[in-house]
Design a protein around this ligand. Structure first.
Ligand code: GRF
Length: 203
């Protein structure tokens, strides 16, 4: 099976997915390419060090969101991936792009969705005084951070947490659940059917 990962930054989720592909956590799967919208994304170096093809499509080179998404889609489709994996990809995608990959586009979001969609989730969780926070892997639908959830991990919020400390605790959980979720979808155990997540033993 083949994955294409889209990134914008550090690439620590890319690293955990790569390790899972190499060690059997995600069986019979390779990362066919890593595509970034930012040329300076450190995750590109992670990919290059593992001899994974990398590409950069800079969103600033396109006058419209639709133009950027069309270019991105063409780049992705050259690799014919089974799944397109958003791993810290910080651009909103158009409906046309999302609908081109039904059940084949997944994202990780640093909160227990539907709580805290959008940005600055850790600071908002602390400000709200919630006791539990976490991360969600979900299928992507046109509405931002609203797709059906595949796997979530919860972490406690401590009294003396600041956003950075809480983010680190959530990130460790992200690294656990993203490979698990990808493995479940790639094996056919988990799929998106009529807008809902379905778990069933593959035939
Ligand atoms: C993660 O916290 C992810 O949930 C969010 O962006 C961050 C990406 O981190 N969407 P990394 O680039 O995978 O290290």
């Amino acid at each position: 099976k083949k994955l294409v990962l889209l990134i914008s930054g550090r690439g620590s989720n890319l690293q955990s997915i790569l390790r899972a592909c190499q060690t059997g956590g995600i069986p019979d799967t390779e990362i066919a390419a890593v595509i970034s919208n930012r040329v300076e994304a450190p995750g590109l170096i992670v990919a290059q060090a593992a001899s994974i093809p990398t590409e950069v499509t800079d969103h600033r080179a396109f006058p419209s969101r639709a133009g950027f998404d069309t270019a991105l889609q063409q780049q992705i489709d050259r690799y014919a991936p089974d799944l397109v994996v958003l791993a810290g990809f910080m651009r909103q995608l158009t409906d046309t792009f999302v609908e081109h990959y039904p059940g084949r586009l997944v994202n990780i979001h640093p909160s227990l969705l539907p709580a805290f969609p959008g940005l600055h989730t850790h600071a908002r969780a602390i400000a709200q005084g919630v006791c539990w926070h976490g991360a969600s892997v979900h299928f992507v639908i046109p509405e931002l951070d609203a797709g059906p959830v595949i796997i979530q991990a919860a972490v406690p919020v401590h009294k003396d947490d600041d956003p950075a400390r809480l983010a680190a605790r959530v990130l460790a959980a992200e690294h656990e659940i993203y490979p698990q979720a990808l493995s479940a979808v790639l094996s056919g155990w988990c799929s998106l059917e009529e807008g809902r997540v379905r778990w069933s033993k593959p035939a």
